[in-house]
Design a protein around this ligand. Structure first.
Ligand SMILES: Nc1ncnc2c1ncn2[C@@H]1O[C@H](COP(=O)(O)OP(=O)(O)O)[C@@H](O)[C@H]1O
Ligand SMILES: [Mg+2]
Length: 250
């Protein structure tokens, strides 16, 4: 629990990674933990929007850090107070949504060792209990690095053959990288499926634990990534699912 890296992955986009990362962070911070969320989805960033930072200029981002223009601590936004978190801490290290920053990082790349140092430095500097990493779908460089350094890995998939077969690829890489604790999260489950059947099939096929199954929820659709659902609806079924994920990393 001291300084654990929790990586949230999926093979395909739109599975719910960013919303799960933001909400898991909120649940842990509400429990008094010191948490940072880092957006390593530099090609299509967005978790800052869930934290209500979509419409304002971000002073520093992960892009500035990777260009050597600021320290990782400077790119940490302290959201604790504005999110109404009393005991813990919640920081966000956003990725830039400016078109020129995105094309630049994709064109020029960066030193992957700088990102690794960023993980370690922010854990130390902010005395984090958890660094939660939101990732780009698929198996790109940031994803491999965050997997290689992860203490816990959640691979998110819908009940969809493309997602599930992609999950097999992700899991095989994660195992080669010797990630200690790997779990599958099934998200957006339609009512037609029974949880017990899915758990049995997925666990048999992938030889990995299903951490939780989250139904397709009108609450999430309604929220539309405009706020952190667990903070606004602490008694919702989604909050209960996030608590189940939190139990896995405790
Ligand atoms: N359980 C759910 N039920 C309904 N909609 C969901 C659920 N989880 C996530 N969503 C919605 O799916 C969309 C994509 O979620 P997001 O977290 O951005 O995925 P990713 O980061 O994997 O691309 C968002 O509009 C989000 O509100
Ligand atoms: Mg995302």
């Amino acid at each position: 629990m001291a300084g654990d890296i929790v990586s949230i992955h999926s093979f395909r986009g739109g599975t719910g990674k960013s919303n799960i990362a933001a909400n898991l962070a909120a649940v842990a911070a509400l429990d008094g933990k010191r948490v940072a969320v880092m957006d390593t989805d530099m090609a299509s960033p967005g978790i800052h929007i869930i934290f209500g930072k979509g419409r304002q200029r971000l002073e520093h981002t992960l892009n500035d850090y990777l260009r050597g223009e600021c320290d990782i601590g400077d790119a940490c936004l302290d959201l604790t107070r504005e999110l109404g978190i009393k005991k813990g801490k919640l920081y966000l290290i956003p990725s830039s949504m400016s078109a020129s920053d995105i094309t630049r990082i994709l064109r020029e790349g960066y030193e992957v060792s700088d990102l690794r140092n960023g993980f370690n430095d922010v854990i130390k500097e902010k005395k984090l209990d958890y660094l939660i990493i939101d990732t780009h779908p698929g198996l790109d460089r940031e994803t491999l690095l965050s997997m290689a350094t992860a203490d816990f890995l959640f691979v998110v998939a819908r009940v969809d053959e493309q997602d599930l077969l992609g999950t097999a690829a992700t899991l095989s890489v994660a195992r080669k990288l010797q990630v200690p604790d790997i779990h599958i999260v099934i998200n957006k489950k339609p009512k037609i499926y029974e949880d017990a059947d899915i758990i049995r099939q997925v666990e048999t096929k992938f030889k990995a634990k299903v951490a939780t199954i989250i139904p397709l929820l009108p609450l999430l659709i309604e929220a539309g990534s405009r706020y952190v659902v667990t903070l606004r609806h602490p008694d919702s079924p989604f909050t209960r699912k996030m608590m189940e994920l939190y139990e896995v990393i405790q």
